[in-house]
Design a protein. Structure first.
Length: 278
């Protein structure tokens, strides 16, 4: 197997979004072509409810999918399709904005809010797909244990375990728990872009010590390897997906392929014709 080398590292930066939510912005506009098809990655990690309970009131999306995953905490969700529910510890939601959706996400006070939200780009031919919402509970997330290492398969397949199989972009997302000093090598699909995010703890990758809240993009190959630093257990999120190689026009919560498509989306918001499916 050819081991992938580190191509790029992005350290998350503190930011404020929504109605005043303090979070860590890991990936954004500057990284979209390197991390294609992954657009944005935000990390939540706080024991202070005032950091996040202002939440993300009603807002639109088009042209993307959003994946929210909580290791711990609670987030209430509502959308224009009529979905309403709570994402709890160990749960996830996979929302396809497609042609357009309105939703709100309101984190609830908890001992610790720890998780992430990922934006996944939709290909040009599926930008205007029908919106959809998928609730992912622990029964949908198989757990693979090897020694003291645990791999939770949110989507895609790992060994004989298969999580959610996404309809539009067949991205693989694994939540990996690795005890201090332990190592893991994962096979990867050579044709896909692969990165990991250190959500909790430091890691050693290709003999490089990497700090918590850092995303590591790998170059070509068919496997990745990493170890937990000796001082602390590691929680690392693995992402893999095939790049789209398409132009990106990004304006706030809407991501299209051209400026004209973006202008049309905001014009439809103003005219009240944005929502195509109810």
């Amino acid at each position: 197997m050819k081991l992938r080398e580190i191509q790029k590292m992005v350290r998350g930066q503190r930011a404020v979004d929504g109605a005043g939510v303090r979070l860590v912005r890991v990936l954004g506009n500057a990284d979209v072509y390197d991390f294609d098809p992954f657009l944005m990655l935000d990390s939540f990690d706080s024991t202070n409810p005032s950091d996040y309970t202002a939440g993300f009131p009603w807002h639109p999306h088009r042209g993307i999918e959003t994946i929210t995953y909580l290791i711990s905490g609670r987030i209430e969700h509502m959308d224009s399709l009529g979905n309403k529910g709570v994402i709890a510890s160990g749960e996830s939601q996979w929302m396809t904005a497609g042609s357009g959706i309105l939703h709100q996400e309101m984190p609830q006070a908890s001992d610790r809010m720890l998780g992430f939200q990922l934006w996944l780009n939709l290909p040009r031919k599926e930008k205007m797909a029908e919106p959809a919402y998928l609730s992912i509970t622990p029964k949908d997330i198989p757990v693979v244990t090897s020694g003291n290492t645990t791999v939770r398969v949110l989507s895609g397949s790992y060994g004989d375990a298969t999580g959610v199989l996404p309809r539009h972009i067949p991205a693989s997302i694994f939540d990996i728990s690795l005890p201090r000093g332990e190592s893991l090598t994962l096979p990867t699909k050579p044709e896909e872009n692969v990165f990991v995010f250190l959500i909790e703890g430091d890691a050693i990758v290709n003999a490089t010590l990497i700090s918590e809240k850092t995303a590591v993009l790998f170059g070509g190959g068919d496997s990745v390897a990493f170890s937990a630093a000796p001082e602390r257990d590691l929680r690392i999120i693995f992402f893999s997906g095939k790049a789209l190689h398409e132009p990106i026009a990004w304006g706030g919560p809407i991501v299209m392929n051209t400026r004209e498509e973006l202008d049309l989306a905001f014009d439809e918001l103003r005219r009240g014709t944005f929502i195509k499916a109810k």
